[in-house]
Each structure stands twice: as structure tokens, then as C-alpha cells.
Design a protein. Structure first.
Ligand code: CA
Length: 268
């Protein structure tokens, strides 16, 4: 019977996907066990330039329209942003003598990584967090190694209150390593290899990764042209929601998102 066949193939898919998730979570656990690098002594430095004390009215009005945060939340996010910029500046390398002090007017990549790990518990592969960083930081004001307030807010708006489309586009952009609009076999290989390589004892880890790529590609490549377009991805994820984060966690859990939103509405 057709429905029976469908049920069997769905069960097989679920098992295969569970395999992917297990691989990923095992490597996450391995990553978590790695000892932290020893702290580096920081030399004292001059007071750096911080963003304005108060969220500028113009920025506020613009972000009320373009993000899903209200006024109080945007003000709380701004306070947090200032603290993160201060942290980024404090951790910046000491300026070369005779050169003007290095100014980071935004959140730097290391600070961003810490927030993603600590606040949203995105204990995922470094590559994924770095890809999230790149996709947020790119754009009009991007490419300077610093995440500006509006990019920060727009990114968080998608992570915490994004529509299904926004969340899916976010994950797609993270996985589309060269930003050409397709997730290819090569990209899948890199993304999956990254999480599998940390498994000790594998004789030929690449072979396992290649098998996994073919398996996941079969699910995602709906039009069967050998690469995954946003349309393929949408159709596949609507069919099987677990595929949304098939190549690594890009979104915080609902629990962490709720907890974070709660801190925003609590007066600090
Ligand atoms: Ca691509």
C-alpha cells in the first residue's frame, strides 16, 4: 500500500536524521570537553571610544520598523551592545607604539562567539558560529570586523522572533558558504566533515561524510539538479522540520530564546 511505503520511508528518514543529529551532538560534547585556553594578561590601556550613552532617536525609530522589538527591548539591547563593545575594546590587541589606538566600533568576532555560546547556548561547531557572524556582519556597514548595532538587532530579531521564512533563510545563508545562492555537495561535505572529523577511531572519516552528504542531499535536493536551492530547502524543511538545522545548530532553542527575551523586559 502506498501509505505504508510512505510511512516506512518516513521512519527511515527519521532514523537517518537522528544519526546526523547524534554525530553533531557527539562532536559538540567533544568540543565542550576541550580545556579552555589559559587567560592572557591584558596590558592597561587608554579609555576607548564607546558608542553614545543613549540609543539615538533616529536609530530607535528605524529599528522599531525593521525589527520585531519594542522600545524597551531596543533600549535594553542597546545597553547590552554598549557592554559588549566595551568588552571587545578591552580585549583588543594593544596598539603599536606611535600608532593611534585601535578603535573597534562594534562587537568583534570573539565577543560575538562568546555571546552565542554563553547566552544562546549555541554550542555548535566554530565554523557555524563564524558563518553566523559573517552573514550578520556583511552588508552596508559590514566587512570591518565589527558588528554594528543595527546588524546586531536585525540578527537577533530573526533568531528570537523570526518568521519561518526568516529563520530558514538565516540557516540557508549560514550553510551557503560562498553565498552563491546554492548549497552544493562540496559545501555539505565541509559542513558535515567539520563535525565528523572529531570522532576518534574512524578509519576513513571522509567516506562516512560522503555517504552522509548523499543521504542529506537526497532529502534536500527536491528538484534533483545536484545542488540545494532556497526553493528545494523550503520544500524539504516544510516536509521534514528536522532538516532546518541539518548541518549544525544556527538557531537558539526556544528555552534560551525565551530566557533571553525575559531579561530584555526586566529593568536592569
Ligand atoms: Ca554555495
Amino acid at each position: 500500500m502506498a501509505s505504508e511505503t510512505k510511512q516506512i520511508s518516513m521512519a527511515a528518514s527519521a532514523i537517518a536524521l537522528r544519526g546526523v543529529r547524534l554525530f553533531l551532538s557527539a562532536s559538540r560534547a567533544a568540543a565542550a570537553r576541550r580545556p579552555a585556553p589559559p587567560p592572557v594578561a591584558k596590558p592597561p590601556r587608554k579609555k576607548p571610544v564607546l558608542p553614545a550613552n543613549k540609543l539615538p532617536q533616529k536609530t530607535l525609530e528605524q529599528l522599531l520598523k525593521t525589527s520585531k522589538f519594542n522600545k524597551n527591548e531596543l533600549e535594553a539591547l542597546y545597553t547590552m551592545y554598549r557592554k559588549l563593545v566595551a568588552a571587545a575594546q578591552a580585549a583588543a590587541p594593544a596598539p603599536v607604539i606611535g600608532q593611534p589606538p585601535l578603535k573597534i566600533e562594534g562587537i568583534d568576532q570573539n565577543t560575538f562567539r562568546d555571546v552565542m555560546h554563553n547566552t544562546f547556548d549555541l554550542v555548535t561547531e566554530e565554523t557555524i558560529v563564524d558563518r553566523v557572524w559573517t552573514t550578520w556582519e556583511r552588508g552596508a556597514a559590514g566587512g570591518e570586523g565589527a558588528l554594528k548595532f543595527d546588524s546586531w538587532v536585525k540578527g537577533l530579531s530573526v533568531l528570537l522572533r523570526g518568521t519561518e521564512d526568516e529563520r530558514r533563510n538565516h540557516c540557508f545563508a549560514v550553510y551557503d558558504l560562498n553565498a552563491d545562492g546554492y548549497i552544493t555537495r562540496d559545501e555539505m561535505f565541509l559542513l558535515l566533515k567539520n563535525s565528523l572529523l572529531k570522532q576518534p577511531g574512524d578509519e576513513d572519516p571522509d567516506e562516512g561524510v560522503r555517504d552522509l552528504v548523499e543521504l542529506v542531499l537526497r532529502k534536500l535536493d527536491v528538484d534533483k539538479d545536484g545542488k540545494v536551492s532556497p526553493e528545494d530547502y523550503k520544500a524539504a524543511v516544510e516536509q521534514e522540520p528536522l532538516l532546518l538545522e541539518a548541518f549544525g545548530q544556527c538557531l537558539p532553542s526556544r528555552r534560551h530564546a525565551t530566557a533571553f527575551l525575559k531579561t530584555l523586559s526586566t529593568k536592569q
